[in-house]
Design a protein around this ligand. Sequence first.
Ligand SMILES: [Fe+2]
Length: 293
Amino acid sequence: MALSIHAMQTGFAGEVSGIDITRPISRDDVAAIEAGMDRHAVLVFRDQRLTDAQQIAFTLNFGELEHTRGNAIARPEELRLDPAFADVSNLDRDHRPLPRDNRRRLYALGNRLWHSDSSFRAVPATYSLLSGRIVVDAGGDTEFADMRAAYDALDDATKVEIEDLVCEHSLMFSREQLGFTEFTDEERAAMRPVRQRLVRTHPVTGRKSLFIAAHIGSIDGWPVPEARAFIRDLMEHATQPRFVYAHKWRQWDLVMWDNRQVVHRVRRFDDTKPRDVRRTTVGGTEMTVAQAA
Ligand SMILES: [Fe+2]
């Protein structure tokens, strides 16, 4: 059976069928998936019983793995998974749900705010690939908002105003919004803000998109409160239901998205139940704007 990609019934995402990604795939299939990503920005593969090694192998078809250093506040000895993975589960290294007041859990709640993975890195990520190993029955949807459509829908004056704006992104800014402000000096150093263009142009399709995230703390040349209020307005505009696809997880779904074209967030769920979702990330190849010295 040949690979095919169909638009999902609601939203802009595509569903891929006719491929087993637990096995090596052909160059043609890689090209078809990349073309599907350029078009849909989010692709869903059902019933893919991936091991960690298979997920890494599949990811490497699309570029280099992004390292996970500076992603999280976990110490190396607390890691449950190989450092090739971003562990976005709610589990400790014995695979038990983290207690309610656990510091890593509270930090990870930042994923409930709209964001683009790794926009806080000087070279931000391209694709994220999230495998649903254990999913919850209720809640826990991952929602995606299409930043191309959101950009297109802006009025012309706003498009002109934002064209060359540069924002500062840091994991500290998104955590601050939730009242999580206690960081060690070492964590602060690892989370030093980076600069990103607010408007990006996709290298293949040439489409413009809004590059916004809860990680934004300021806009170059703007007073901070004005910048944050404006980013809030943009985010509100960009995440209207008409731009959103909500993914309801089934076990063994693999969802792949382009961080250059969408933002995402996870919705609330019963955190006393295990939710084991494992992310690999394809690193980007260039900065959106030069960094401050
Ligand atoms: Fe994320």
